[in-house]
Design a protein around this ligand. Structure first.
Ligand code: ACO
Length: 309
């Protein structure tokens, strides 16, 4: 059985915060942020909009896009490190709101690689015939764990949600191969042990450049394809320089890589589904395209998928 993404949705909060807005708040410049990260602006959710609200909006859109009913969903997986509260989970909160009364529900914590972990977990349940449809959401309200006194991290992150319905697709399409991995020894480079996220940017950068390229190459190989058969790359939107390094390693031209970091910053687990949805809406990803999704995050964790759209 072939399994793939059959519907996508995304939600971005309305409030736009530009680099110039941040210049007024801390010792930074638009020039520094743009050249070091590729970010021009990001979205922050208002105080009365929580993670589950954004997840619900994206999920609703994905369900409509897949042309299914909420009660047909067998499992809801929400990848987030910024849930409304430790429990109940965001997954159960949206289960109730969506009316997905037949769905089991849980959150997944794999930081920025969370959406990849979610999609691959979902694939197993669909492939084995256990559930016909699994809803996977990547969602973060990173603004609530961002220390606006720390310019090293405060300029990087944004809020948002992306969602996908995983289900059966026609033979030969959908997910062709995947890779998931973790290296707990790097946990000290990116963590939250108090109110705010903390990061050793340089260490994360080095890891990400190496891992994104390697994982992308591995899934292309596992799918029995070569780099020149890849049509499009959707990397986790963490830093344009990290993204560029993986694009160049695959030998793809600039227009064949997803880029939403300029508009949305790093939205962690939400960045890949948000970007993929934008690319589909803009016609950059078309039917039968071979697409590589690749992400990395705190843990350290990583994941990549090679799929035929
Ligand atoms: N404005 C102005 N100057 C700044 C800022 C800022 N916002 N932030 C740091 N600087 C300064 C530093 O203090 C440093 O000054 P110094 O040399 O006087 O000490 C200088 O700029 C250079 O700092 P570096 O850390 O060397 O800058 P670098 O080019 O490495 O870029 C960055 C930093 C953007 C954080 C980069 O290391 C990076 O992208 N790392 C990966 C981060 C990442 O991907 N995180 C998320 C991963 S997973 C997840 O999404 C949760």
């Amino acid at each position: 059985m072939s399994v793939g993404i059959i519907g996508l949705g995304r939600y971005m909060p309305e409030r736009v915060v530009t680099n110039f807005d941040l210049e007024k708040q801390m010792d930074t410049t638009d020039e520094w942020i743009r050249t070091r990260t590729g970010i021009e602006e990001r979205r922050f959710a208002d105080d009365d909009v929580n993670t589950s609200d954004m997840a619900y909006e994206a999920a609703k859109q994905a369900i409509e896009d897949a042309d299914i009913e909420a009660h047909q969903i067998g499992l809801i997986l929400v990848a987030t490190v910024t849930p409304d509260m430790p429990f109940p989970t965001v997954a159960t909160m949206i289960q109730e709101k969506l009316g997905a009364k037949n769905a089991a529900a849980m959150d997944i914590s794999a930081a920025c690689a969370g959406f990849m972990y979610g999609v691959i977990t979902a694939k197993q349940f669909v492939e084995t015939g256990v559930y016909p449809y699994v809803l996977v959401v990547g969602v973060e309200k990173l603004s609530k764990i961002t220390n606006f006194e720390d310019r090293n991290t405060a300029v990087l992150f944004g809020d948002g949600a992306g969602a996908a319905i995983i289900g059966q697709v026609s033979e030969g399409r959908g997910i062709l191969s995947f890779e998931l991995g973790a290296d707990g020894s790097g946990g000290k480079h990116l963590f939250q042990d108090g109110p705010y996220l903390e990061m050793n940017g340089r260490e994360v950068y080095k890891f990400a450049v190496r891992q994104m390229g390697e994982s992308a190459e591995n899934v292309i190989d596992k799918a029995g394809l070569t780099k020149d058969e890849v049509d499009f790359l959707v990397p986790h939107q963490a830093n344009i320089r990290i993204m560029e390094a993986s694009r160049q390693r695959l030998g793809l031209p600039e227009e064949k890589m997803s880029k939403t970091i300029n508009q949305f910053g790093n939205t962690s687990a939400a960045s890949i589904p948000i970007s993929l949805k934008e690319d589909i809406l803009a016609g950059r990803v078309k039917d039968d395209d071979v697409v590589v999704l690749v992400g990395f995050g705190g843990g350290l964790t990583w994941g990549a998928i090679c799929l035929k759209w």
